[in-house]
Ligand binder design. Structure first.
Ligand SMILES: NC(=O)c1ccc[n+]([C@@H]2O[C@H](COP(=O)([O-])OP(=O)(O)OC[C@H]3O[C@@H](n4cnc5c(N)ncnc54)[C@H](OP(=O)(O)O)[C@@H]3O)[C@@H](O)[C@H]2O)c1
Length: 336
């Protein structure tokens, strides 16, 4: 059994990670930790675990964590994460980090978008981007995985077959996406408060969202050319899920049928990336690790839709998929 610790266990992604590990046949939760004010019996913090997990959430003691666990799921905000990750790696743990701290290789871009100094450049260079459908081989056996952002997961899975086949103009991509309110974590403010949020839908982060450079970095890696992406996120009044509509100009005329064939071939061995025959919706993937994808052509423009659960394929499910790969387990274990 793989022994798993969760840091930031009192947050949304922490809770979903707990839920998955409870059902995982080859992994067991050994240590849950959060800020002292959020500690106590797990079931008192998240009622859904009553009778299902008897662990307490404890204030972090790194020595205790290292004595108990082999892998740490680091469900912390950016900046906070890079304060803990080097200590965990020094203790010999495998780390899967949920924050943006180890995703963007160019620290100037990271510092510009996140407005903090990067304090762990050595480990940043070693970290592997944990999108298994695209980087499975690099993930195997690694010590530090940068778990992808939720929007980049949906957008990159939607556009990867096109980039890898060199079929689209790389400066033409527009990602238009809508997330549910859990994307903001457990402490939202202002507009995300229920009376403002309920039955509403609005754009935010216009031209400046932090996931834009992450998408561009990985898309450029897939394409071999510099890729430019205009990313426009929105938030809607549902709990979980991201629907992405990705628009791009093909280099040559292409039809919907051949796009579907391209995608089915690209993802033919993937359990969690499923090509659909019609546009997907977030309800079909809620609380699952699946990404539903539908590529088509409208008025000569390629349009690819994808739907994921932001907390599962966009965070905790993908982290456990990565954990399975690191430890050589069946990749889908605990996630089907
Ligand atoms: N929400 C999503 O859809 C999503 C998707 C992909 C990736 N992510 C990323 O995953 C990470 C966690 O997101 P989340 O949505 O789970 O956030 P969250 O609900 O706000 O939870 C954050 C967790 O980190 C803890 N924490 C905050 N500051 C801390 C500090 N200084 N020291 C120790 N612990 C601290 C919080 O403790 P308290 O309970 O005491 O506040 C909480 O347990 C973030 O980096 C986020 O960007 C989120």
């Amino acid at each position: 059994m793989i022994k798993v610790a969760i840091i930031g266990a009192s947050g949304y992604t922490g809770a979903d990670a707990i839920e998955i590990i409870i059902h995982h046949p080859e992994a067991e939760l050994v240590y849950l930790t959060a800020l002292p004010q959020e500690c106590g019996n797990l079931a008192n913090i998240f009622g859904q675990f009553k009778g299902r997990c008897s662990l307490d959430i404890e204030p972090l003691d790194i020595d205790k964590l290292a004595a108990l666990a082999e892998v740490a799921l680091c469900c912390l905000p950016h900046k906070v994460s890079m304060g803990f990750v080097p200590k965990l790696l020094d203790k010999g743990l495998k780390v899967i980090d949920f924050s943006a701290d180890y995703r963007i290789k160019d620290t100037k871009i990271y510092e510009q978008f996140y407005q903090v100094k990067h304090t762990d450049k050595a480990n940043l260079q070693k970290a592997v981007y944990g999108l298994p459908e695209l980087f499975r081989e690099q993930i195997k056996g690694k010590d530090l995985i940068a778990n992808p952002g939720c929007y980049p997961t949906g957008a990159l899975l939607a556009v990867a077959p096109l980039l890898k086949s060199n079929l689209i103009e790389t400066d033409s991509i527009i990602v238009n996406a809508v997330t549910g309110a859990s994307g903001a974590g457990k402490n939202p403010s202002g507009k995300f408060h229920f009376p403002n949020m309920n039955e509403s839908l609005f754009p935010y982060g216009v031209g400046a969202h932090r996931h834009m450079p992450e998408m561009e970095q990985i898309a450029s890696q897939l394409s071999g050319d510099e890729v430019q992406i205009l990313f426009q996120p929105h938030v809607g009044s549902f709990d979980r899920g991201i629907l992405s509509s990705v628009y791009c100009q093909p280099k040559q005329q292409i039809n919907g049928k051949s796009l579907i064939e391209l995608y089915e071939n690209f993802y033919k061995n993937e359990q969690f990336a499923q090509v659909c025959q019609e546009p997907p919706n977030v309800k079909d993937v809620a609380r699952t690790n699946y990404c539903h994808i539908f590529p088509t052509v409208a008025k000569g423009t390629v349009v690819c839709f994808s739907a994921i659960d932001n907390l599962v394929k966009g965070a905790s499910g993908q982290a456990i998929q990565n954990m399975n790969i690191i430890f050589g387990l069946e990749e889908t274990m605990g996630l089907r």
